[in-house]
Each structure stands twice: as C-alpha cells, then as structure tokens.
Design a protein around this ligand. Structure first.
Ligand code: CS2
Ligand code: MG
Length: 402
C-alpha cells in the first residue's frame, strides 16, 4: 500500500483551514488537519515544498517510520509549523490504516476506555448577567462542563468574548488588530463573575476559565487563590509557558487546577510541567503536537504523573482534528475533558463527519478510519482569506500576550 497522491487543500468556509489528503495506490484516502491559525500558508508551503515530494511512493502502513523520517530528517526539529505538518501526515496515515483494517481508529489505539467523550463549551458575554444567561444556554444544550469568559469593565475587548456565541474566530483581520489589556482590572473582576455563576448553577457544573497567557506566576497565584471558593475544573494558560519551572510558584500558592498546552508542539514543551506535576491537564492537540502518534506519547507520559488530557478544540482546529481527537480521547486511560467549540454549517458541509454531540458527550462514530473527509469541490468554492490573530498591549502601550 504505497502513497500514490498527496495534496494540500486550503479553504475558507467562514475561516481558513489547511487539509492534507493522501491517496494510496489501492485507492484508500486519508485526511489530516494542518491548520495553524494566522500561519496557514506557512504550513501549506512546508507541506507542498518539503514534505509531499518525499511522501510519494512511501509505504502508507509505516506510520511511525514516516513520523521519524519527517521529524529527524528535517534537521531543524520542532516548532509549530513543522510539527503541524508532521501531524497532518500522521493523522492521514492513521485514517488510511483504519480504513485498510475496516476499523475506527480508536479500535487500533486499544479500544474504548469510556462510553463517550465529555466536552466543554464556551459561555461568554460582556456583562455578568449575560454570562449567566450564556452558561444557562450551554447547560440547556446538555453540556456537563462550561468555560466562562467575561468582559472586563473598562476594557473595550478581551479574549474569549465575541459577538457570535457559538463560533469563536479571533483571527479577525488581514493584519493583527490591537487589543488593550489591564491585569489589575481583570484580577479584580473575574472572581466576582465566578461567585455569581457558582451561586446560580450550584456545585455540580464543571466550570473552567482561560486566562490566555496573560499573567505572571504570582498574579496567577493570586487569581488561583481567589477562585478556590468556586472550585473550577481548571484555570487555563495562566502564564506563558516557556519557563516551565515558573509554574512551581503558582503551585505553592493555590490548589486551583491548571491546564496548559494548546500552543505546545512536542513532548519537550511539557516534559517538566508533567514530570513535576506542575499542571493537572495537558491541552496538546492532534493537529499541533505531531499527530495521533506523538499525542499518545504525551498523554502516556502524563498518565505517569496523574495529569489528564484536556485537548484544545477551538473553531480554528478543523473537523478533521476534532474527529481524530475523539479517537484518542476515547482510547486513553487518563482522559480529562475535550474542548468543543462548534464549527459553522459551511465548515461542517466542507468536512462531512460522523462525530455527534449527545447528552454532553461527543462520539466519533464507528466508520473505518477517522470518520471525516473533505469535500474538495465544495472546498474550492471558498478561497483563502488573509487573517491574523490580534496582538495585545497594556494600557501604557507595552506589548503583552494576546
Ligand atoms: C483558546 C483558543 O479555545 C481556547 O482555549 O485559547 O480559542 C485560541 O485563542 C485560538 O485557538 C487561537 O487561534
Ligand atoms: Mg485556550
């Protein structure tokens, strides 16, 4: 079973997606998500120029050898572009292997460890009253876990609060738009929101919050401690995570669980965070952390240290990534939560898939492979549209973290 064709499809049904499609000499196809929000064309070029030429003629069954060839063979190892490209190849090869075996990929990964994949949705609004209404809407939809993001009095905008309440697309302009941030205003306001949410919805609803890389460790420690009465499932990305040991300081001050990792692209980005138990959930994904093969390695390391998975699943990760994530989520022993930001109807039409939401869970379906594909004819109707993520400055103009 040799790889006979390989092509990269860039499409923009409401937002840009990059998809790798492989075709074997016996007609099997596989897809892999290669979307990197704001840097889509970099990954498309990496694939087209440096990966596809070496794939043609390779044995499609040799997933791990191909992964090692693309990782070690690049010489310039790791990084979001390289690892997203490798991820797309790995995912597409697992799709093909499942189809060749006539089995859904989760069966090849050891079978199901649970009946369904518990997901969380995104409640967000400017005011606390509107936040409460949004949380109620997600509870009414059947979600068992809800991420809460709120506007900050005095700030024109903040991460995670958008006009569209189902689909969140932060890459809102061809050139980075500029947001303004105030940590003091944020730290003063967020605990008051969770006090209201917890009082309204009681102790049973899993609540999460994304800090989105904006604090220092001691500020994160303060936030974590102020949120302890509201028993969050996790506080996400409290600080930028290049300095993994910096999380020791947060850990010394608060028991609020920490989730980190959506921007990580290899096990080395989180090896210390996991082995020192500095985090409680690792948020690495199929699309950005080297595919199904490497993600399994990260989650297996995490399992040794009581760390659970909590994979990123925003709108800018395509349905191909979501489908693959569910096969991993279903099959690992230390699953925690799966983020599930929905895609628009136009995106779902371009990426027909078998996963379904029911009663707070996602189920990948029983189709051989990943249970997702790309409609290339429909995809061709949505040309790429330049879009970049915003940047963030402090009130005094200092560049900060978006
Ligand atoms: C966020 C993402 O979903 C999340 O946890 O951090 O929405 C993130 O901002 C986007 O994926 C960036 O493209
Ligand atoms: Mg996040």
């Amino acid at each position: 079973m040799r790889i006979a064709e390989a092509r990269v499809v860039v499409t923009c049904p409401d937002r840009n997606f990059v998809t790798l499609k492989l075709v074997t000499d016996d007609g099997l196809t596989g897809v892999g998500d290669a979307t990197l929000n704001g840097r889509e064309l970099a990954v498309a070029a990496y694939l087209n120029e440096h990966v596809l030429p070496v794939l043609i003629g390779r044995d499609a069954a040799r997933i791990e050898d191909t992964w090692q060839f693309l990782y070690r063979g690049a010489y310039w190892r790791r990084g979001p572009v390289t690892m997203t490209a490798i991820a797309a190849v790995d995912t597409a090869l697992w799709d093909i292997k499942g189809k060749a075996a006539g089995l859904p990929v989760y069966q090849l990964l050891g079978g199901r460890c649970r009946d369904g994949v518990t997901v969380y949705g995104h409640a967000n609004a400017e005011t606390v009253d509107d936040v409460l209404a949004e949380v109620g809407r997600y509870v009414d939809m059947g979600y068992r876990a809800v991420r809460v993001q709120t506007g900050i009095p005095g700030l024109a905008s903040t991460y995670g609060v958008s006009g569209d309440k189902m689909f969140y697309e932060p890459a809102d302009a061809a050139l980075p738009s500029e947001n303004v941030w105030s940590t003091p205003a944020y730290l003063n306001h967020v605990p008051t929101v969770f006090e209201r949410v917890r009082a309204e919805f009681g102790p049973g609803l899993a609540l999460l919050h994304d800090v989105h890389h904006r604090l220092t460790p001691i500020e994160a420690a303060r936030l974590g401690r102020s949120l302890e009465p509201y028993a969050l499932t996790w506080m996400e990305d409290p600080v930028p995570a290049e300095l993994q040991e910096g999380f020791r300081l947060i850990r010394r001050h608060t028991t609020t669980p920490i989730a980190v990792g959506e921007v990580f692209n290899s096990i080395w980005d989180c090896q210390q965070l996991i082995s020192e138990q500095l985090i409680d959930y690792v948020r690495t994904t199929v699309v950005h952390a080297g595919g199904i093969s490497h993600l399994r390695r990260i989650f297996d390391l995490a399992a040794l240290y009581h760390v659970r998975s909590g994979s990123h699943g925003a709108t800018d990760l395509s349905p191909v990534c979501m489908a693959a994530a569910l096969h991993v989520d279903l099959s690992i022993p230390n699953f925690g939560l799966q983020e599930y930001m929905r895609h628009t109807p136009a995106t779902d039409a371009v990426f027909p898939h078998s996963y379904r939401f029911a009663d707070g869970y996602l189920h990948p379906g029983e189709e051989p492979g990943l249970g997702v594909d790309i409609d290339e004819d429909l995809a061709a109707q949505y040309p790429y549209r330049p879009a970049q993520l915003p940047v963030n400055r402090l009130v005094d103009g200092t560049m900060h973290n978006w």
